[in-house]
Design a protein around this ligand. Structure first.
Ligand code: DOR
Ligand code: ZN
Length: 448
């Protein structure tokens, strides 16, 4: 048998360990993982020179935008950026224009990806006005639903507990997870108003307007509602010690609850916002060092399930508005996600095993992405090849994303994604894009 591609002479991440071996790829899938001499014949062979192969990253929190927000990012540039960063699957958030929140907007988004995606894309939906649409959205393959407790996005009133409970019950029946942005809308609005009345418009005022209390309150509220159902609830970008503590307790109580943290909440802190400037303005906002340490502790203790970028691109004009209250929150993070985390592996704060769990294995499990998230025979050949020793500086002006800025610009990094394979095709090599934009597939819940 002659397979499509053989990658030989590598270090392959299998079952938590690096095997000196190679990978044979055939028809989009991993055909065999074996010692180099035992690999089959192939039409194309590639010597990995001892480099490490990990499962392609699954980034469960990405704002790909497009449509009415295409000036910030679109399917083409967002998935290029993903491939460049070693990410092979992204899950797209629904706060777009129009909002993904009914069968029409979802189908339209899916249609627009045709011939325009370099990596795999799955979609979240916001809540439709009419709950009868939920089963239709599920049938169409949404990966999950997204609830913003910090803003009114989607068709249901986020202030009303009864409505939220009904929605959780519906999702629990459908067996689909809910991803929650847990920050209390009222508390933030109140703080913001007070600070604005005082004439405050400095970076610290922004931090004060988004207190950890707002997160803790919203996580608690959601956990209490979850207790009354069997719903699966995933907390997005948990950023505070107290918020994480509530999640940990909920897990201990046996609830089907998971959470993610972002690289920026692990690596930047509120004390330094002045220095990082507007490019680090995000929600939830950066936190004090004490909170940052608590996130690391949670990550090391296994309370954190997923690392995700929360790639939230905006135009440079939106990021450099002259008032803190006008700056659009969000970090252009998908191209720095893996490099920053590999740097942490090199500095000894994170093991490669932890990294792979948090960026591929667990995302695939939590969102039930079939045949992805592991290097395993029969699974899709979504692979990221890394040079763990490469040293360089982050240069945001070279991003593939339309949002060519970053609070990490200029940071010295050790560890780099050097090749990305999506469904068996080489998409990125040494920072260059080597494929046409048809390598990505739509990932739909329940479909292989
Ligand atoms: O910083 C953020 N940016 N937080 C959000 O919740 C939304 C996001 C965006 O879409 O820009
Ligand atoms: Zn987000």
């Amino acid at each position: 048998m002659t397979v499509d591609t053989v990658l030989y002479n590598g270090k392959i991440f299998v079952n938590g360990k690096l095997l000196e071996a190679g990978i044979a790829i055939n028809e989009e899938k991993i055909y065999r993982i074996a010692k180099t001499p035992n690999l089959p014949q192939a039409s194309r062979k590639m010597n990995l020179d001892g480099k490490i192969v990990i499962p392609g990253l699954i980034d469960v929190h990405v704002h790909l935008r497009d449509e009415g927000k295409a000036y910030k990012e679109d399917f083409h540039t967002g998935t290029l950026a993903a491939a460049a960063g070693g990410v092979t699957t992204v899950l797209d958030m629904p706060n777009n224009r129009p909002i993904t929140m009914d069968i029409y907007t979802l189908k339209e988004r899916m249609r627009l990806t045709r011939g325009r995606i370099f990596v795999n894309v799955g979609f979240y939906s916001a809540f439709p006005e009419n709950s009868m649409e939920i089963p239709l959205l599920v049938k169409e393959g949404v990966i999950g639903f997204k609830l913003f407790l910090n803003a009114q996005i989607g068709g249901i009133n986020v202030e009303n507990d009864e409505t939220l409970l009904e929605m959780l019950q519906t999702l629990s029946r459908a067996g689909v997870p809910l991803a929650v942005h847990a920050e209390d809308k009222r508390l933030i609005e109140k703080k913001k108003e007070e600070l604005q009345k005082m004439g405050r418009h400095d970076f610290q005022a922004y931090i004060e307007a988004h207190p950890p209390k707002a997160e803790e309150k919203a996580v608690k509220r959601m956990v209490e509602l979850t207790k009354k159902t069997d719903a699966q609830v995933h907390f997005c970008h948990v950023s505070s010690e107290k918020g994480l503590e509530v999640v940990r307790k909920a897990k201990n109580d046996g609830l089907l609850v998971t959470c993610e943290v972002t690289p920026h909440h692990l690596l930047l802190s509120a004390e330094d916002l002045e220095e990082y400037g507007a490019f680090a303005v995000t929600t939830p906002s950066l936190r004090t060092k004490q909170n940052v340490e608590a996130l690391w502790k949670g990550l090391k203790n296994g309370w954190v399930d997923i690392l995700a970028s929360d790639h939230a691109p905006h135009s440079i004009k939106e990021k450099t508005a002259n008032s803190i209250w006008k700056i659009k929150p969000g970090i252009s993070g998908i191209e720095t996600f893996l490099p920053l985390m590999l740097n942490e592996v090199n500095s000894g704060r994170l093991t490669l095993e932890e990294l792979v769990k948090l960026t591929s294995e667990n995302p695939a499990k939590v969102f039930q992405l079939k045949f992805r998230g592991l290097l395993k025979e029969g699974f899709y050949a979504d692979l990221t090849i890394i040079d763990i020793h490469a040293e360089y500086r982050i240069d945001a002006s070279k991003f593939y994303s339309k949002a060519k800025y970053s609070p990490f610009n200029g940071w010295r990094i050790k560890g780099k994604p050097i090749k990305t394979f999506v469904n068996g095709e080489l998409v990125m090599e040494d920072g260059e894009i080597t494929a046409k934009p048809h390598t990505g597939k739509l990932v739909r819940r329940g479909y292989p």
